[in-house]
Write a new protein. Structure first.
Length: 93
């Protein structure tokens, strides 16, 4: 996993948590790990609990966008190779 913050010293405008998956056998365990880290990121940055719909969609490897506490929370996926992809949890404020 990789974490990235973009903005200026006074305000973070975008947070991105990236998961690299290259093994179909490990994908569910990887999504569970990303969920734990993503929940902490949402709770600390937005001061709210991650909505259940976001939790379900993340564990399914789905993509979608929601408004949570005035911020856009997105799940994004990018295919790199046949069995390798990046999965992103992005918070934009």
């Amino acid at each position: 996993m990789r974490f990235q913050a973009q903005g200026d010293p006074d305000h973070v405008r975008r947070l991105r948590l990236t998961l690299y998956v290259n093994s179909r056998q490990q994908v569910q365990a990887a999504f569970r790990r990303m969920l734990r880290t993503g929940q902490l990121l949402v709770e600390r940055s937005l001061n709210v609990k991650m909505p259940e719909e976001v939790v379900r969609r993340l564990l399914d490897g789905a993509t979608a966008t929601w408004e949570v506490a005035g911020a856009d929370v997105a799940l994004e996926k990018r295919q790199i190779q046949a069995v390798t992809f990046e999965y992103h949890l992005v918070i934009r404020q």
